[in-house]
Design a protein around this ligand. Structure first.
Ligand SMILES: Cc1ncc(COP(=O)(O)O)c(C=O)c1O
Length: 381
C-alpha cells in the first residue's frame, strides 16, 4: 500500500521500536514508581530515559514537566481544563481540531468564554485579528501549530511573543508539527505544548504528552494512584506523577522514547526539507490538473506535508474508496474532525480528500498518486 495518511497516524514506524517495546513487555515490565524491586525500577528508569529523549526535541530543560498521556486529545484536555476557571476568556482560531474546539465548547457552561479568530481561505491567520480579541480576562491562547486539513503553518512565534507581553498563557497544539517542524518551547514562548507520540514522532498509538512550563499552575484531569503520598486522599501536585494517575503505558512510552531518538538522528530539519520536496510534487501536479481544486497555501513552505483537494466530478469519500480499492493508496476523505477549518476553506458541504506524507514516502509514490488522481478524474461515470 502507498500510505498517504500520516496526518492521522504515521506509518511505518522505525525499525527497532518493536524490539525495545517487546523487551520491556517480556523482560522487565514491572509497574514503575510503585515498588522497589528490580523490574519496577528498570521500567521507571527506561521511562525516565524516554522523557529525557523526547524533551531534547523541544528544548525542554526539565523533563519532569512532561506529562505522558494517551494521545494529543488527552493532553489538550488536560492543558485546557487544567488552567481555565469560571470567568476566564480564551482565544483560539478557526483552524483548530475538535480536540481543541470541543473541550472549549464544553467549558462554556462553566462560565468560560471562547473567541474564535477567523482565518483566510488558505488557512492563514492575521495576528492583528487575534490581538484585537485580547481582553482583560483573557487567560489563554490556544493555537494549532499547523492545520490538519491544509497543513497551513500558524505564526506561533509571534503569537507566543504577544501572549508573553500581555501575560497570557500560550498553549500550542503540535499534533501536526511535532517531528516535522522545528519547535523550541523557550524561543516560541510556549507555556503548554500538547502533542501525540504516534504521528510525526513516529511512536506507537496510545501515546502523547503535555509539557507544562515550570511556573504554570495546572489542575490534574484525573485523580488516582501515583505511587507517591499514598496515605493522602488528595491528589499530589508533583510533576509528573500527580498528572499521570494510574498505571502508565510503559511499553508505549519506551517505544516513543526510541522513535523520538530516531527522529533526532534523522534531524527535524532534514525531515522537513524532504517532506517539503514530496509535497511540492503532489501540490504542483494537482494544482495544474483539470477538474482538481487544491486547498491551502500555494507556497509549500507555508505548510506541512499535507495536500487536500477535491475532484469536480466525484465526492471525496468516493475518491478515497477508489484510491484504496483500485490503486492501493491510503488517503483520508471527509471533514478530518475540523468542521470550522472546512468552513474557512469553503468545503463545509463537500469535505475534501487529504494526502499526508511522512519521511518513509518516496518521490515515486508521489508520482503514482498523481497518476491515480489523473486517471480517476478523467474517467467517465
Ligand atoms: C491538529 C490536531 N490536533 C489534535 C489531534 C488529536 O490527536 P490524537 O488523535 O492523538 O488525539 C489531531 C489528530 O489528528 C490533530 O490533527
Amino acid at each position: 500500500m502507498i500510505y498517504l495518511d500520516n496526518a492521522a497516524t504515521s506509518f511505518p514506524k522505525p525499525g527497532g521500536m518493536l524490539r525495545v517495546m517487546e523487551e520491556c513487555i517480556v523482560d522487565y515490565c514491572g509497574n514503575p514508581g510503585r515498588s522497589g524491586h528490580r523490574m519496577s525500577m528498570r521500567t521507571g528508569e527506561e521511562i525516565y530515559k524516554a522523557r529525557k529523549e523526547i524533551g531534547k526535541l523541544f528544548q525542554i530543560a526539565d523533563c519532569s514537566r512532561i506529562v505522558f498521556t494517551s494521545n494529543a486529545t488527552e493532553a489538550l484536555n488536560l492543558g485546557i481544563k487544567g488552567v481555565l476557571v469560571s470567568g476566564d476568556h480564551v482565544i483560539t482560531t478557526a483552524m483548530e481540531h475538535n480536540s481543541v474546539l470541543r473541550p472549549l465548547t464544553s467549558l462554556e457552561e462553566s462560565g468560560i468564554e471562547t473567541t474564535i479568530v477567523r482565518c483566510a481561505g488558505d488557512g492563514t491567520m492575521n495576528i492583528e485579528r487575534l490581538k484585537e480579541e485580547i481582553r482583560e480576562n483573557t487567560k489563554l491562547i490556544v493555537c494549532t501549530h499547523a492545520s490538519n486539513v491544509t497543513g497551513t503553518i500558524m505564526p506561533i512565534k509571534k503569537i507566543g511573543e504577544t501572549a508573553k507581553q500581555k501575560n497570557i498563557l500560550f498553549m500550542v497544539d503540535a499534533a501536526q508539527s511535532a517531528g516535522c517542524l522545528h519547535i523550541d518551547v523557550n524561543e516560541m514562548k510556549i507555556d503548554l505544548l500538547a502533542l501525540p507520540g504516534h504521528k510525526g514522532l513516529l511512536g506507537p498509538m496510545g501515546t502523547g504528552m503535555l509539557y507544562v512550563k515550570e511556573d504554570v499552575r495546572i489542575k490534574p484531569l484525573k485523580q488516582g494512584g501515583t505511587g507517591t503520598s499514598s496515605k493522602e486522599l488528595i491528589q499530589p501536585s508533583e510533576f509528573p506523577e500527580g498528572f499521570e494517575a494510574g498505571t502508565v503505558n510503559a511499553p508505549g512510552i519506551i517505544g516513543l522514547g526510541f522513535s523520538a531518538k530516531h527522529v533526532q538522528k534523522l534531524g527535524v530539519e532534514n525531515i522537513r526539507a524532504y517532506e517539503d520536496e514530496l509535497i511540492a510534487i503532489l501540490d504542483g501536479a494537482l494544482r495544474n490538473m483539470n477538474g482538481v481544486t487544491v486547498y491551502g497555501p500555494w507556497d509549500c513552505r507555508k505548510k506541512t506535508g499535507i495536500v487536500s483537494f477535491n475532484l469536480r466530478k466525484r465526492g471525496c469519500e468516493e475518491v478515497c474508496d477508489i484510491l484504496n480499492s483500485e490503486y492501493g493508496i491510503a488517503a483520508r476523505g471527509g471533514y478530518h474532525c475540523a468542521a470550522l477549518t472546512h468552513k474557512t476553506i469553503g468545503t463545509y458541504d463537500t469535505g475534501a480528500v487529504r494526502f499526508s506524507v511522512g519521511p518513509a514516502n518516496t518521490r515515486r509514490e508521489m508520482n503514482l498518486a498523481v497518476e491515480a488522481i489523473y486517471q480517476i478524474q478523467k474517467r467517465v461515470h
